[in-house]
Write a protein that binds this ligand. Structure first.
Ligand SMILES: *[C@@H]1O[C@H](CO)[C@@H](O)[C@H](O)[C@H]1NC(C)=O
Ligand SMILES: *[C@@H]1O[C@H](CO)[C@@H](O)[C@H](O)[C@H]1NC(C)=O
Ligand SMILES: *[C@@H]1O[C@H](CO)[C@@H](O)[C@H](O)[C@H]1NC(C)=O
Length: 478
C-alpha cells in the first residue's frame, strides 16, 4: 500500500524534522499568523485575466509583427484558451534541441530508502492515521478515501486493484469488501506492510508522472528565441513585465511511448501560513510553513505530533503533508500555466481536463471506488475535455479564481489536468508557469527588491540570475 507507505514516511518526516521556529514561540499557527502578517510596502495593480466570453469564442491578437494569432476559448471552468501557431515549427525544433543539449532528467524519482528508515521510528498511532484518512468520518476507509491520497508527488499511483492486492497480500481486509473498518486497520501489522512494499518496487509506469524534463533559461542574455518567446508570453498574458520576467524558466518535458502524467493541479492552496520561496528571497518573514515555487526543497516545518491532528484536517491532508516533507517539492504558486506543444504526437498524449466546465465539482465523484477520473493511463476517454497535441499550439489557463480585488483567490479545482498515455511515438511539450505570490504585499516587496538589485549591481545581481541559480539546484520535481 504505497500511499500508506509514503504517507507514514511523510508523517514521520514531519515528526523527525519537527522544529520550533523559536524556542518560546507558540506552536499554534494561528497566533503566528496574527503577529507576523507582512507590512504592505506598495500596492500592485490588479492581475490581468482574459475574459472567456463563451466556449468557442475567438479573438484576434497581435503577438508578433508579421502575423495575427487567434485565441480560442476552450472552457470557462477553468478559464482555458488555445492559440494555434503560437510557436513556429523552427522554434519548436530549437527548444527540443536546446533541451537535448542540456540533458533531461527523470521527472519523478522512485521512493527512496529515506522513507523506509523514517518508518522504523514511526510515532503516529494507527488510530490517528485512520482518523486523518477517514474523510467522511464514517469510521470506515473506503477505497476512494485511500485513492484520494495518491496525489503524493513522490509516490506510486495507486489503482483500486493495487490497493486490494495489497490488502489481500497482508491480510488487511479479511472480509474482502475493500473497506477497512477501524478494527481491521488497527489489526494491520505495519511490518507486513513494509515487507510488502519492499518486495514491490515501482515501475515508472506506476508513478504519478512518467517523463523526463529540463529547464531552459529565458532571462537576460538567454538565446534570442527564448527571449522572444518570453516577450510573446508577456503580450499574451498582458501581465506586468516584472511578473513574467521573474517567473520560472521554461520547463521542457519529454514523454516517451508509455509516458503519462496523472491529473493534478499546477498550484498550491493559498493560506497565510505558507510563503512562496521565489518571493522569500527578499521577504524577511518568519512563517511557520514554507512552500516553494518549485525550485527549492522546503525547509522543515514546526509541526508537532500535538498539532498535526489539529492542523491537518483544516487543509487537505495531502497539502498538509507536503508542507512538512523534505524530499518532495511542494506544489508551487502558479497564477497561470502556458503549455506549448512542441511536436505532433503519433498516438495519445492529449492533455485532459477531466472536470472542465462540469456543472459542479465533487472530489468523491471524481474518485470513485472503481473509476478514478484522474487516472490518465486508463480513463482519459471519460474526461470532459481533451486537447490533442499539435506542434506550435499553446494552451493556457488560470490556476486560481479571482479574489474580487484583482489578486489571487482560491485554487480553481476545475483546473485539474493531466497528460494522457502516449500510445505511439514521443511527445514533447514545454511549460511556462507564471508565478505570483498570493500575498500582494509580498509580491510588491519582491519586485521592489529585485529591481533594486538590478539597479545597484552588475551582472551578478540580475534577478534572473538569482532565480536561475536557485533553479539549477532543483533536483526533486513534482
Ligand atoms: C530580518 O528580521 C530580523 C528579526 O526580525 C532582523 O534582526 C534582521 O535585521 C532582519 N533582516 C533584514 C535584512 O531586514
Ligand atoms: C502537425 O499536424 C497538423 C495537423 O494536425 C499539420 O497541419 C501540421 O503540418 C503537422 N506538423 C508537422 C510538423 O508535422
Ligand atoms: C459533474 O457534474 C455533475 C452534474 O452536476 C455531477 O453529478 C458530477 O458529480 C460532477 N462530476 C464531478 C467529478 O464533480
Amino acid at each position: 500500500m504505497v500511499f500508506v507507505h509514503l504517507y507514514l514516511g511523510n508523517v514521520l518526516a514531519l515528526l523527525l524534522f519537527v522544529h520550533y521556529s523559536n524556542g518560546d514561540e507558540s506552536t499554534d499557527p494561528g497566533s503566528q499568523r496574527r503577529t507576523q502578517s507582512p507590512r504592505p510596502v506598495s500596492t500592485l495593480g490588479p492581475l490581468t485575466r482574459l475574459e472567456g466570453i463563451k466556449v468557442g469564442y475567438e479573438r484576434k491578437v497581435q503577438l508578433v509583427t508579421d502575423r495575427d494569432h487567434f485565441i480560442r476559448t476552450l472552457s470557462l471552468k477553468p478559464l482555458l484558451f488555445e492559440i494555434p501557431g503560437f510557436l513556429s515549427d523552427e522554434e519548436c525544433r530549437l527548444i527540443i534541441h536546446l533541451a537535448q543539449m542540456k540533458g533531461l532528467q527523470r521527472s519523478q524519482i522512485l521512493p527512496t530508502e529515506e522513507y523506509e528508515e523514517a518508518m522504523s521510528t514511526m510515532q503516529v498511532s494507527q488510530l490517528d492515521l485512520f482518523r486523518l484518512l477517514d474523510q467522511n468520518h464514517d469510521g470506515r476507509l473506503q477505497l476512494r478515501e485511500v485513492l484520494a491520497q495518491t496525489r503524493l508527488g513522490n509516490g506510486r499511483w495507486m489503482t483500486p486493484e493495487n490497493i486490494q492486492e495489497m490488502y489481500s497480500a497482508i491480510k488487511a481486509d479479511p472480509d474482502g469488501d475493500g473497506v477497512l473498518s477501524l478494527q481491521e486497520f488497527s489489526n494491520m501489522d505495519l511490518r507486513d506492510f513494509h515487507k510488502y512494499m519492499r518486495s514491490h518496487k515501482a515501475e515508472s509506469s506506476e508513478l504519478v508522472r512518467n517523463s523526463h524534463h529540463t529547464w531552459l533559461y529565458q532571462g537576460e542574455g538567454a538565446h534570442h528565441v527564448m527571449r522572444a518567446i518570453r516577450q510573446r508570453v508577456l503580450r499574451l498574458t498582458r501581465l506586468s513585465p516584472e511578473i513574467v520576467e521573474l517567473s520560472e524558466p521554461l520547463q521542457v518535458v519529454r514523454y516517451g511511448e508509455g509516458g503519462h502524467y496523472h491529473a493534478h493541479v499546477d498550484s498550491g492552496p493559498v493560506y497565510p501560513e505558507t510563503i512562496c520561496s521565489h518571493t522569500k528571497l527578499v521577504a524577511n518573514e518568519s512563517v511557520p510553513f514554507e512552500t516553494s515555487c518549485r525550485q527549492v526543497p522546503p525547509t522543515p516545518v514546526p509541526l508537532t505530533p500535538g498539532n498535526l491532528g489539529s492542523f491537518c484536517p483544516q487543509v487537505n491532508l495531502w497539502e498538509c503533508l507536503q508542507l512538512g516533507t523534505r524530499s518532495e517539492a511542494p506544489l508551487p504558486y502558479s497564477y497561470m500555466t502556458v503549455l506549448f506543444y512542441l511536436n505532433n504526437v503519433t498516438g495519445g498524449g492529449e492533455t485532459v481536463f477531466p472536470v472542465a466546465d462540469n456543472r459542479t465539482y465533487d472530489e468523491m465523484s471524481l474518485i470513485q471506488d472503481d473509476v478514478d477520473l484522474r487516472d490518465t493511463r486508463r480513463h482519459c476517454d471519460k474526461g470532459n475535455l481533451r486537447v490533442k497535441p499539435r506542434q506550435g499550439t499553446a494552451v493556457f489557463w488560470y490556476n486560481y479564481l479571482p479574489d474580487g480585488q484583482g489578486w489571487v483567490g482560491d485554487v480553481d479545482d476545475y483546473s485539474l489536468h493531466g497528460g494522457c498515455l502516449v500510445t505511439r511515438g514521443t511527445k514533447w511539450i514545454a511549460n511556462n508557469w507564471i508565478n505570483v505570490d498570493p500575498s500582494r504585499a509580498r509580491q510588491a516587496l519582491f519586485q521592489q527588491e529585485m529591481a533594486r538589485l538590478a539597479r545597484e549591481g552588475g551582472a551578478d545581481s540580475q534577478p534572473e540570475w538569482a532565480l536561475d541559480r536557485a533553479y539549477s539546484d532543483a533536483r526533486v520535481e513534482l
